[in-house]
Design a protein around this ligand. Sequence first.
Ligand code: NAD
Length: 391
Amino acid sequence: MRVLILGMDGYLGWPLALRLLARGHDVAGIDNLYTRKAVDEVGSTSGLPILSPEDRVHAVRDIMGKELEFIVGDVTKYSVLSKAITKFKPDTIVHFAEQRSAPYSMINVKHANFTLRNNLTGTINLVYAVRKYEQRNPGKKIHMVKMGTMGEYGTPNFDIPESPYVNAQIGGKNDKIVVPKFAGSWYHWSKVHDTNNLLYANKIWGTTITDIMQGPVYGTRTKEITNDKLFSRFDFDGVWGTVLNRYCVEAVLGMPLTVYGKGGQTRAFLSLEDSMESLRLLIENRPEEKGYRVVNQFTEVYSVKDLATMTKEVAAQQGMNVEITEVENPRVEENDHYYNPEHKILPSLGLTKPTRNIREEMGIILKDLAKHKERLEEYKEAILPKVRWRK
Ligand SMILES: NC(=O)c1ccc[n+]([C@@H]2O[C@H](COP(=O)([O-])OP(=O)(O)OC[C@H]3O[C@@H](n4cnc5c(N)ncnc54)[C@H](O)[C@@H]3O)[C@@H](O)[C@H]2O)c1
């Protein structure tokens, strides 16, 4: 299969390229290296060193014996995307190329607008470019795999369905409506708007889409990332870091693990390895032609306090004794809430349980980070949250 990855330089895009190459697929990717620059803008860096795009391509050739095409380009420029599609002729396009930090989107009006413009424009460009390509190549149907987030739903008091639509009765009348969502940042809202736009493209043009609602991902290693030259980026600061990755850096630096608020916020998580395995399964098992498949992508559900407790225990086994501290929650979110997302599609494809034990995975992350303690030390000022939702 030929797979084009938008956002291939990112935390998920890079290991996905490696996973698909290892499976024997042909892979090309586009990235404008925006995350590298934006992390720098907030005074941080990737906790693990990553190679330049050119060196990444060389490392893949040397270590895996595979060829990979890396296009440095911006998907908000329509011509970049349409040219890449015409040239590479993908069967599947995976779309990760978005601004993906909630705090970054909440810094001020400039960052809110950038997030909405970047994310919505890239997705609209993609649906038009795919439409045009399919019109010019009768019989060819591209499968679009779009990465959204579990954060699109918020924390509703109902079971979160794994489906684009639900039946509802409003004013005594029955109808099928789009699943109600209430996101918790401009970033998360950009993903909800993306979903609406994709549903519309599917309705009017029959674009074949898998819309993934993924929980926060943690980890440094996958089956392919066994050589440090193949590391993916690893963000840990108050703007770009996902929660468990941040705790692990705090543990390595001997800092208290910072739980936002009381820590009762419950979310659906998965390891980097399981994120890759899920994506592989969804790419290799496409939905029916003109179908629209929503997938809730996660393997485990924890509160952020539970994760801090586990990190503390695993860190202690490696001689890192750290405390847990509650810091004022910069976000606007419920501390105690109902949370029950439906999860049947990935199990039906074979991913029935986490393939890696979370505590073992934490141990691996801590060991990888400990080798780069000096680098992390340099950026420790960037760890505490500075962006507040209500300021
Ligand atoms: N990491 C997680 O825990 C997580 C969880 C749920 C959803 N997601 C979503 O998955 C996707 C990938 O996340 P990630 O963690 O790899 O983020 P990332 O920031 O590491 O990767 C995104 C990549 O897209 C690129 N990009 C952004 N805008 C672009 C543009 N206009 N043109 C070309 N490239 C562009 C960035 O440079 C970056 O390399 C994102 O859409 C994110 O919202 C991530």
